[in-house]
Design a binder for this molecule. Structure first.
Ligand code: GLN
Length: 191
């Protein structure tokens, strides 16, 4: 059976994820209502504006269904999606209701205004060396719980981690032609 991955499509960078999944032979759909979750094997929460996505998740009653889905399916949060998957926010977003899927504390817009966006080559544990990574007003992971596996750091800040089914990164893997990160996520999915 083909792996079917949903991309939460409330706000943010959706179509690039869908294109990359399809290039890798997967099936991809936009997730807009709770019922969509019952048809997929894995979920991506994309980059965008975490406060807006968080508000919409609650407005359309996706908060509990996503948490339920994450108990036994892989979920990948990129950039704003990382903020939403986290368990606490150290600053700049205390009003945001995150999903508490992974035991990390997050600092929003953590790389400072002067470098709003940049691209670097990252060495990512389990994935590979020199992976091009695009950061856009990116958060970083300020601290991790004991069950969290740190996968990458940049500038002494944690930018990628996983805990069981849940994978998060500060950057936008879907905005480059390098598909190592998406491949890694898709390998977490068994159908
Ligand atoms: N700065 C955004 C936020 O805090 C995240 C940016 C992004 O997803 N590229 O929600």
């Amino acid at each position: 059976m083909r792996k079917k991955i949903g991309v939460l499509a409330l706000q943010g960078a959706v179509s690039e994820h869908i294109d990359q999944i399809k290039k890798l032979g997967g099936n991809a759909i936009e997730v807009k209502i709770p019922e969509d979750l019952s048809t997929i094997h894995g979920l991506i929460i994309p980059g965008g504006e975490s406060t807006a996505i968080s508000r919409l998740i609650q407005e359309i009653y996706l908060y509990d269904p996503i948490r339920e889905f994450a108990k036994n399916h892989p979920v990948f949060g990129t950039c704003a999606g990382l903020i939403l998957c986290g368990s606490s926010i150290t600053d700049g977003g205390k009003k945001l209701k995150s999903l508490h899927l992974i035991d990390i504390a997050v600092t929003r817009n953590g790389f400072g205004r002067q470098i709003d966006s940049f691209e670097v080559d990252l060495d990512i544990k389990n994935i590979g060396k020199n992976i091009p990574s695009v950061f856009i007003r990116a958060p970083y992971i300020a601290s991790v719980g004991k069950d969290v596996n740190v996968l990458a750091e940049f500038d002494k800040k944690i930018v990628m981690a996983e805990q069981g089914n849940i994978l998060v990164c500060s950057f936008h893997p879907e905005l480059t032609n390098d598909d190592h990160v998406m491949r890694y996520f898709m390998n977490k999915i068994s159908v």
